[in-house]
Design a protein around this ligand. Structure first.
Ligand code: NAP
Length: 331
């Protein structure tokens, strides 16, 4: 260690594998911000399913080892590098991407991926904003081109992306239907923008959605799908004429009949948040900024874990059910 270097606690991954490869270290060097970077004292960091896919080594994107996972940080600016004018030490911020990893006491981020966190939201809520809310914006407005007056089914509405999608869709004048796998989750989905909610664990819930949509030619205009490998075939049967299924989450293959897309000229569209351009991220940030000012962007926190329980968090985000909002790590 060079003299003057500060040390911190951080999760490090030295090899790809199961949750047990997440190792808590207490002698990780605190990074120094370079040009256009800020150093954030992390108060909370969101846990996203993609971080488990990356950790397992099976994802298309593989970081160089060793690395620290985590992108959705909320905290306070500790220091800034050269050419940073938007932030100063002491500012409350959140971000959707980090350079050095968010499962750590300090995280580096590039200035244009960092945003002010208003006093109305606490750090836990700030850590729930990044990937979930930006993904919800991209899915609704870029991928689905959703418009006020249309209907949307948020298929998997009780987790991080689902709650965000319900809040944003409701605020933009859509009719919102959601699904959850527990009574608590259903209640939460209704409290966060859905007009109606269904339980995706019930055998006949698809029939209940169809009944609610009305006569047999009616359907839903947009489906934001969190588990396409389970639901895509049914989704195609729930769409209206010109309807769109937006694949946000998918964990394997599924058989569909392409004929189901023909009569109603429906589409299946995939989403990749990190394919967004810098301008698109700024556009989504503008939507969220307005929602924070008006009070309809209100992240809901589900389970909280201390940093040393990151492996348990990774286990639970994939195998746990009955989500009640966003999973976060508290620093
Ligand atoms: P999360 O917080 O773990 O939530 C998972 C959601 O899926 C919960 O609402 C859960 O409901 C629901 N679910 C479980 N079984 C379901 C079923 N049979 N049908 C429909 N929904 C079901 O995860 P998240 O952060 O919201 O992310 C959701 C998915 O989107 C993940 O697969 C993630 O990798 C993906 N994602 C993709 C992008 C992208 O750029 N494409 C970006 C962000 C996230 P219950 O627990 O109540 O059963």
């Amino acid at each position: 260690m060079a003299t003057g270097q500060k040390l911190m606690r951080a999760i490090r991954v030295f090899e790809f594998g199961g949750p047990e490869v997440l190792k808590l270290q207490s002698d990780v060097v605190v990074p120094v911000p370079q040009s256009h970077q800020v150093l954030i004292k992390v108060h909370a960091c969101g846990v996203n399913p993609v971080e488990t896919y990356i950790r397992s080594g099976t994802y298309s994107r593989k970081p160089a080892l060793p690395y620290t996972p985590g992108s959705d940080v909320a905290g306070i600016i500790e220091s800034v590098g050269d050419n940073v004018s938007a932030f100063k030490k002491g500012d409350r911020v959140f971000c959707f991407s980090t350079v050095s990893g968010g499962y750590a006491e300090f995280a580096l981020a590039v200035d244009h991926t960092v945003y002010p966190l208003p006093e109305t939201l606490d750090f836990r809520q700030g850590a729930a904003l990044g990937v979930p809310y930006f993904t919800a914006c991209r899915a609704l407005f870029h991928s689905a081109r959703a418009r006020a007056g249309e209907s949307v089914l948020v298929h998997g509405a009780s987790g991080g992306v689902g709650i965000a999608t319900c809040q944003i869709a409701r605020a933009h004048g859509l009719k919102v239907l959601g699904t959850a796998g527990s009574e608590e989750g259903k209640k939460l989905v209704l409290q966060n923008g859905a007009h109606e909610v269904f339980n995706h664990k019930e055998a006949n819930y698809i029939d209940k959605i169809k009944t609610s949509l009305g006569d047999k030619d009616m359907g839903v205009d947009v489906i934001i799908e969190m588990l396409a490998n389970e639901n895509l075939s049914n989704d195609l049967k729930l769409l209206s004429f010109g309807g769109r299924v937006i694949v946000v989450g998918c964990r394997g293959p599924i058989e569909i009949n392409p004929r189901d897309t023909m009569a109603k000229e429906t589409s299946i569209i995939g989403v990749s948040l990190f394919s967004s351009t810098k301008e698109e991220f700024q556009q989504y940030a503008g939507i969220l900024q307005a929602g924070m000012e008006k009070g309809w962007v209100k992240p809901v926190i589900g389970s909280e874990y201390p940093l040393e329980k990151a492996a348990q968090a990774h286990e639970d985000i994939i195998h746990g059910s009955g989500k009640t909002g966003k999973m976060i790590l508290l620093l």
